[in-house]
Design a protein. Structure first.
Length: 176
C-alpha cells in the first residue's frame, strides 16, 4: 500500500520500509486506544495510520521549501537512470521470456502505469484499493467513507475509464 502510493520523486529519497516502520511504531503507541474502541477492522485502522505517515513524508520532502525533492537535480538523465534499473531487473527476471515477449510485457506495464497515473485521484484510489490492496467492496466503502453501492459504482466507473485509456492507441500509432 505504501509503495504504491509513494510518488517517484519521493521514492528516491525515502524507502517504503521506513514509512512502514514509522507506521508500526505509531500503531504500537496507539494500540491501547484502538483496543478500547475498535471502530473498524484492525487492518483498515493500520492502513489509516500508514496513509497519515505517507502524507507526513510527502509534506516533509515535497512541500518543504528548502529541501524539497522537486529542487534536486539528478546527475544522470532520468531516462537513463530508469533504463539501467530496468536492465538490471531484466537480467534478474525469468529467463524464459523471449526478448520480444519481454519488450511487449514492459510496454504493457509502462502503458498500464501511465494510465493509472492519468486517472483522477478518486478513480486511482478505488482501483488501488480493490486490485493492489485486495480489499473487498465493503472494506473499500469503509476506507472511502461511502456506502457499499456507491463504492461499487465508483469502482465500476473507474475500471471503465481505465479500460478506455488502455484501449486508446499509444501516441503516434494507428489502431486500424
Amino acid at each position: 500500500m505504501v509503495a504504491l502510493r509513494m510518488d517517484r520523486a519521493l521514492q528516491q529519497r525515502v524507502d517504503a520500509s521506513d514509512i512502514v516502520q514509522d507506521t508500526l511504531m505509531e500503531a504500537n503507541r496507539r494500540l491501547r486506544e484502538y483496543l478500547s474502541d475498535p471502530r473498524m477492522p484492525f487492518h483498515l485502522w493500520l492502513r489509516h495510520i500508514a496513509r497519515d505517515r505517507l502524507i507526513d513524508a510527502h509534506r516533509r520532502h515535497r512541500a518543504a521549501a528548502r529541501r524539497s525533492v522537486d529542487r534536486e537535480q539528478p546527475l544522470v538523465a532520468p531516462g537513463y537512470l530508469d533504463q539501467s534499473t530496468m536492465d538490471l531487473a531484466a537480467q534478474l527476471c525469468d529467463r524464459e521470456l523471449t526478448p520480444a515477449a519481454a519488450a511487449t510485457r514492459h510496454e504493457m506495464e509502462r502503458r498500464f502505469q501511465a494510465a493509472i497515473e492519468q486517472l483522477d485521484e478518486h478513480d486511482r484510489e478505488v482501483i488501488l484499493l480493490r486490485h493492489f490492496e485486495q480489499l473487498s467492496n465493503q472494506e473499500t466503502a469503509q476506507v472511502l467513507g461511502l456506502s457499499e453501492p456507491a463504492a461499487g459504482m465508483r469502482y465500476l466507473r473507474a475500471v471503465r475509464r481505465l479500460r478506455a485509456m488502455l484501449n486508446e492507441a499509444p501516441s503516434g500509432e494507428d489502431r486500424t
